[in-house]
Design a protein around this ligand. Structure first.
Ligand code: RNT
Ligand code: ZN
Length: 429
């Protein structure tokens, strides 16, 4: 079986030239779109290669606890070194710049038990060194799940003050670590807070946990801590989780208001809403009030299943929305999917390439043309043109992105993943 692209570089150039003319007829500059696509960093989640497991050394075994990857495909990364090796491979197959999105429980503590409230920048030194060497930025996430103190479903909104304080300390530690990463690598570090808090069945009190969550976050974000603005804190809401079907303390409404009133970044995850809702429609509503947004691309099937991102209407619509209002520079872009049922490295490549493809798809939209038609009341013409854009030679523009970045064109990356599977992943079990 061959996955090779049959196109020579000269053919890719020629196809691109032809496509450029077709897009130019509708006022689209594809050269510019390619350059812009290759400028935007995508934050590559570290948790796809090990099924959201982390590398903590623990006193006691912890069951599940908030998030679960399904599947048992061989080759899971079992250590920081294996995970870094996997991500190096992934990045080689992806066009454009990337950051690494690290979770606190990927700390490396040399065999020592270090609880979440005691984590320090030194526990991420290997990640920082690796990022320096790979010329990659890092983003961060406190881990408010997969822990004995999260097992009854509450963390920052817990009724027990000592439990809340433990998690507040963890939140503060995550900000200090983010600040240290920023000092080591330069630039901003997005620190995204998602907490699983919620209840399986009708709570008799939906109010008090939300009030406590406000208080806890206010303590984590207290200005007196003196943490600098390079640590860009985000908050991520959610509709429900497994075992938390009735009530999620940190819903999207909760965090949208929290973020706005506290000048924090709001994170919209594509899987965190009712399946008939789309974040594409929410972006302009939030952007009317927020300067920036953090987006987690994901693919919910029937529920927040975190399937590997593909070039679906949902993902394209998110980027069309951003492109149509020139808002690409107002978002931080991160990935959030995990699939343990297929080759995990291929999953990374498919989902990340799909996300960048969608970004490019948005940037080659003839937005001005469409908006003019709409203004003039030519709604059938607008719909007709929108429809026709779907079969424009988009692949020629995407191939140029890959060629320009020196990464495999078309599906030819699959052969590299197969070689990596037989050479590296298959030896892990
Ligand atoms: C959970 C949230 C969150 C996590 C990561 C691992 O539903 O989407 O972003 O997936 O923090
Ligand atoms: Zn998410």
């Amino acid at each position: 079986m061959s996955y090779e692209s049959k196109l020579t570089d000269a053919q890719i150039e020629a196809n691109f030239k032809q496509a450029a003319e077709q897009y130019a007829a509708f006022g689209v500059d594809v050269e510019k779109a390619v350059d812009k696509t290759l400028e935007i960093p995508i934050s590559l989640h570290c948790w796809q290669a090990d099924d959201v497991g982390g590398f903590e050394v623990k006193d006691e075994a912890v069951e599940g606890g908030g998030i679960m990857a399904t599947g048992n495909y061989p080759g899971r990364a079992r250590s920081g070194d294996e995970l870094r090796q996997d991500i190096d491979k992934v990045v080689d197959l992806l066009p454009g710049p990337h950051r690494l999105n690290l979770h606190a429980f990927y700390c490396e503590t040399d065999g020592e038990v270090v609880d979440r409230d005691a984590l320090e920048p030194k526990h991420f030194a290997k990640w920082i060194d690796w990022a320096k060497a790979s010329n990659m930025g890092i983003d961060f996430n406190p881990t408010y799940f997969a822990h004995a103190k999260a097992n009854d479903g509450f963390t920052l909104s817990h009724s027990d003050k000592t439990v809340r304080e433990f998690w507040i300390q963890h939140g503060i530690a995550s900000r200090q670590i983010s600040e240290a990463i920023s000092k080591a690598l330069g630039g901003e570090v997005v620190n995204n807070h998602w907490a699983p808090d919620g209840a399986k069945d009708h709570p008799a009190d939906r109010w008090t946990p939300r009030e406590r969550l406000v208080e806890s976050f206010d303590a984590i974000f207290d200005e007196k801590l003196g943490i600098g603005p390079e640590c860009v804190d985000a908050v991520e809401g959610k509709l429900f989780g497994l075992g938390m079907e009735d009530y999620t303390v940190g819903s999207n409404d909760f965090y949208a208001n929290y973020a706005l009133s506290r000048n924090k970044l709001l994170c919209l995850d594509m899987g965190h809403f009712h399946p008939t809702e789309s974040i594409a429609d929410k972006i302009s509503a939030h952007m009317a009030f927020h300067e920036k947004l953090l987006i987690h691309t994901s693919r919910p099937i029937r529920w927040d299943s975190d399937h590997v991102v593909v070039l679906s209407d949902d993902v394209r619509n998110v980027f069309l929305e951003l492109a149509r209002n020139n808002a690409i520079d107002r978002m931080y872009l991160a990935l959030d999917f995990f699939d343990a049922s297929i080759n995990r490295i291929a999953a990374y490549v498919i989902g990340t390439r799909a996300t960048r493809k969608a970004l490019l798809y948005g940037l080659v939209d003839p937005s001005e043309y469409l908006q003019k038609l709409e203004c003039e009341g030519k709604l059938a013409q607008k719909l007709g043109l929108m429809e026709d854009m779907k079969t424009m030679p988009f692949s020629a523009v995407w191939d140029m992105c890959c060629l320009k970045s020196g990464v495999p064109v078309g599906a030819s990356w699959i052969a590299e993943i197969e070689a990596y599977e037989s050479g590296v992943l298959s030896k892990r079990n």
